[in-house]
Design a binder for this molecule. Structure first.
Ligand SMILES: Nc1ncnc2c1ncn2[C@@H]1O[C@H](COP(=O)(O)OP(=O)(O)OP(=O)(O)O)[C@@H](O)[C@H]1O
Ligand SMILES: [Mg+2]
Length: 238
């Protein structure tokens, strides 16, 4: 079964057409990546799926069209977006940010204590900094907080926008390892947007290349890693 099916998605900003009819799917239990250059439309795609912006075309989540549904309603059904730039609240503490992870999601309220402990197991550093203002965390710690908060909402589909952006190589590795664990251990379906195409393709079951608002290429992660065009343009190999 497909957790997410996107068909003919179009988004305009004024007279700029950012998405020109994007179609793809995310099968249940898989990690699917969307890779592409700056400005290709990756963030726009995630925003349109989570209801942050509206577009034309169809988005079907767990068999139901999401047309016109507000973000908070989609969150209630387990469609959770960890946005570009992390989206944490800098003037709230780590704990307060984590508590916001349950807003709008009933099942997550019931399991908050357990999910919080699991979050701390994945990211022990957050536990040490529980009372610290989120804005004073390092970039890597803020990213950990953004992911932990998303997990506290018990996602069925987790949308991750550039989780590795600006992080040191060791933290990048940690974040990718954790995405794999979340997918394997908790069966969370993941739609991952990344500039770090190599790491993303390595952990993805399937991937799509977005080029100025259109899907230009798709395939298994392992196949795209060996594709000459992908190697040259997105992996910097010649
Ligand atoms: N609010 C907006 N108003 C006008 N144009 C926008 C807006 N948001 C995005 N765009 C434009 O839409 C296009 C797609 O932007 P988007 O943020 O989706 O790209 P992206 O693939 O996520 O890029 P990056 O890798 O740099 O994050 C870009 O040309 C961008 O300038
Ligand atoms: Mg983006």
């Amino acid at each position: 079964m497909d957790t997410l099916v996107v068909e003919g998605l179009q988004v305009n900003y004024g007279n700029v057409q950012a998405l020109k009819g994007v179609s793809f799917k995310v099968p249940k239990g898989q990690i699917v990546s969307l890779i592409g250059a700056n400005g290709a439309g990756k963030t726009t795609t995630l925003k349109a799926i989570s209801g942050a912006i509206s577009g034309k075309g169809t988005v079907v989540f767990n068999g139901q069209p999401t047309a016109g549904m507000e973000s908070f309603k989609l969150v209630g059904q387990g469609l959770i977006h960890a946005p570009e730039g992390r989206g944490i609240f800098p003037n709230l503490t780590v704990m307060e940010n984590l508590q916001l992870g349950i807003v709008g999601r009933h099942s997550a309220k019931v399991h908050f204590a357990k999910n919080l402990e699991e979050g701390f197991t994945l990211f022990p550093r957050l536990k040490e900094r529980i009372g610290q203002m989120a804005g004073t965390l390092s970039g890597g710690e803020q990213q950990m907080l953004a992911i932990a908060r998303a997990l506290i909402g018990e996602p069925e589909l987790l949308l991750l926008d550039e989780p590795s952006l600006g992080l040191a190589p060791q933290v990048v590795k940690l974040i990718f390892d954790i995405i794999v664990r979340i997918n394997k251990d908790k069966q969370v379906t993941v739609l991952l947007v990344e500039q770090n195409a190599k790491q993303a393709l390595k952990i993805s079951h399937y991937a799509y290349v977005l080029e100025t608002g259109k899907i230009s290429l798709e395939g298994k992660g392992s196949d795209l890693l060996n594709n000459d065009e992908v190697k040259k343009i997105y992996l910097g190999e010649h």
